[in-house]
Each structure stands twice: as C-alpha cells, then as structure tokens.
Design a protein around this ligand. Sequence first.
Ligand SMILES: O=C(O)CCC(=O)C(=O)O
Length: 265
Amino acid sequence: MIMSGYEVLTRLFTATEVARLRDAVERVHADVVAAAEAGETRVTVWPDGHRLEEIGGTTIHWEPDAPGKAVRSLSPVSGMSPVLDALWTDERLTGPMAALLGVAEVGPFVAKLNFKRAGVGSEFAWHQDFPFWYCCAGDAAYDVATAIVMLDDNTVGNGAMTLIPGSHLAGPAPRDPADPTGLLVDPRAVDETAAVTVEAPAGSVLMFPGLMVHRSAPNRTATDRRSLLFCFQPAGRPELSALTYDADRLADLPSAQISAGRLHD
Ligand SMILES: O=C(O)CCC(=O)C(=O)O
C-alpha cells in the first residue's frame, strides 16, 4: 500500500447499507436539482466549456455532452443528509484514512457525489486531485486523501477508476499544456503500461492520496455507476467550502515542456 499508494477495501459496506446510501444520494440529487430549477443559481462556465451551477452552497457540475440535462457531480454535499454525514465518523473509513495520511485523527475536507449515469457519464481525464485543492488550500492540499465509496459495481465497461500505482511518490505531475483549465496531467507524462483499473463490487471503497494520477472512462453501459467521494484531511483544518480557488497558484506547480522527446519541468 505505501508504494502503490492506494487501497481497495472490498465490500466494506453491506448491501443494506449501500441501498440506504443510494437512496440518500438520489434524494440529495433530487433536492439540489429541484432547488436549482426553482431558484436563482450562479452559473460558471469553466475554460473547458463545462457548466457549473451553484445553488445553496452546492455546485452542480453538468455532463458536458449529454443530450438533455444530466448531473456529472455535486459538491459539496456535507450537511444535506444524515446518512451521508455519518460517514465522516465511520471508523471503517476514518481508521484507514488516518493511517494513509499518517495522523491520529482525520476530519472532513469535502464530500462529493459522482453520478456517471448510464450511457452519458463522461470521462475524467488523467489528473491528480491535488492541483485544484492546492489552488484553494496551498500546502495543506498535500495532506488530503479520498475514499471513494462505490454505490454500484465498478467495471471496465462503466468507467471504473484507473490509477497509476506509485505515481503519488513523484509529487505534482507535469500538467497538460493543451488543457485550458491547467489542472489535468500531461498525458505524455503518464506511463499507461503501469495503469491498474479497479473493478470491485458495490460497497467497496477505494482510498488514495491527492497526488495519485488517475482517470476514469465514460460509462458505456445501461446502468449508473454512482460514487460517494469523501476527502479527508488532518482534523481541525478548514474545509474546502471555506476556501477560495485562486488559479494563480498553478504557477507554483510543474508545467510540461517537451523537447527532443524528453519530458522535464
Ligand atoms: O468518479 C470517477 O470516475 C472519477 C472521480 C475523479 O477522478 C474526480 O472526481 O476527481
């Protein structure tokens, strides 16, 4: 685990718990979308064309290419469901996350829902979670890690997570000069021959640090692939919702330069 940097806890949650979590997630989804339709939202279009809509402190990230409207993700979702909030103190998550971060006690950074709906759930390109968090939290972003609770079986066909084991050890990766957000990893710097796709049944949990290089493919199947992403940090630090995104901080991180076929900072 130390070298590979990730851990898969198979069927950490029972089928009954998964059913309860799915209900909670769909209720939060319905509430947020209904509030967005009824109220005034703040719309942001990211440089990659993705449309974000904020309502009541939660941001809806719409699927960029779906016919009709489909939610790609909702974030943050803390405080919207007691069933989801209970995960922040569930020792099955906090114990391994504290061990992964090397601290005695962990607390919340942000909770997010990814929907990857049947047929329309789109790709997440190669990235580390770190640069976005660094733009918000500075060096504290080094100490954030994610537990993905799988609410449906994860398969290659529905876009299971693909990781580059050990990639976290190399620090912030060179970023893709062709990506207008400045957040994605340069695909030329990714050794895809080392990639591992994590197929696991619903109720399993995948844990990894913010520096892990990862992606996920589109969901080409006829069923949803929903996930809860709980991002933990050492206890007592401010949550992401209390911080402000400052894109200027990206200048501190490596950017890619390719010359004579070699990649360097
Ligand atoms: O849910 C997925 O497939 C990808 C999640 C991810 O990489 C992210 O939300 O940053």
